[in-house]
Design a protein around this ligand. Sequence first.
Ligand SMILES: NC(=O)C1=CN([C@@H]2O[C@H](COP(=O)(O)OP(=O)(O)OC[C@H]3O[C@@H](n4cnc5c(N)ncnc54)[C@H](O)[C@@H]3O)[C@@H](O)[C@H]2O)C=CC1
Ligand SMILES: O=C(O)C(=O)Cc1ccc(O)cc1
Length: 311
Amino acid sequence: MSQKMFERIALIGIGLIGSSIARVIRREGLAGEVVISTRSEATLKRAEELNLGDRYTTDAAQAVEGADLVIISVPVGSSGAVAELIAPALMSGAIVTDVGSTKASVIAQMQPHLPANVQFIPGHPLAGTEKSGPDAGFAELFENRWCILTPLEETDATALETLSAFWRACGSNVDTMDPQHHDMVLAMVSHLPHIIAYNIVGTADDLQTVTKSEVIKYSASGFRDFTRLAASDPTMWRDVCLHNKDAILEMLSRFSEDLASLQRAIRWGDGDKLFDLFTRTRDVRRSIIDAGQEIDSPDFGRIAVKSEKPA
Ligand SMILES: NC(=O)C1=CN([C@@H]2O[C@H](COP(=O)(O)OP(=O)(O)OC[C@H]3O[C@@H](n4cnc5c(N)ncnc54)[C@H](O)[C@@H]3O)[C@@H](O)[C@H]2O)C=CC1
Ligand SMILES: O=C(O)C(=O)Cc1ccc(O)cc1
């Protein structure tokens, strides 16, 4: 039998991301054994029904015993508590990683608990959906997506290469980044869009309640795109907002300034300004399409957009 990439992988948290990782590990045969742990009995039972691993326990410390790779896939606000629980049971030389949407806060929460004889390499697969829980995962989630690793100064190059090889085996392209830079970039491209979506859907819902109108019933597809993002898990996104506060506030302030400028152009009938902005933003989408990246379509699932390139 061929050598597995890892002898035992422990997955702590088995929602959308953890269960997608479990499925791809099984499909690609990346581990001799997969041990699954999550806090809630009901979720653990569901993971077992879905046959996502080989062993199941609500005891996170027990789950990580003898594991050469530990992947923590819980809301970012719980990373510190999980690190504290597992620290005494970690095997010397184990790689410990996470998938959290924010990085500086996860490092600040986890690092103080982790022993010096493990390799802690924070990570973030830039892949997901608005769904959550073990039923929502799928093995193809990470295909052709970026996975950003934010190694620490003391991270060993071999361990970093091993974890990078794991993510490549899951179908991802791997990049490394400084955690603060990661948090700034993600505040713009992921956190701000979700906050805007939560806000616009909240405003429409308030308006409907106050005016007894049917704004949501007659929502056009532009609004529907926002409702997909705004249906994302409340616990996860509460934690992202609380744990990437500074970068998000910085991006929100730039966004508000630009929105005020747009508002002014509309008020004063500055058609040239509107036309110029809308032309520039259309070019942004075209450049994404030209780069051959996939774009999520809320109505049709994930689609390759290369063919959308205008003639
Ligand atoms: N949903 C998405 O699109 C993406 C999420 N992420 C990140 O991945 C992480 C997990 O997100 P999802 O899988 O979407 O969430 P999810 O809600 O589907 O699953 C979270 C899992 O964590 C468990 N859990 C919660 N607190 C725990 C604790 N204290 N101890 C043990 N288990 C605990 C839950 O029982 C559940 O199994 C988050 O940090 C999120 O920021 C990263 C990329 C994409
Ligand atoms: O559903 C979507 O459109 C997403 O943007 C998914 C997503 C959510 C959070 C992340 O940290 C990464 C990806």
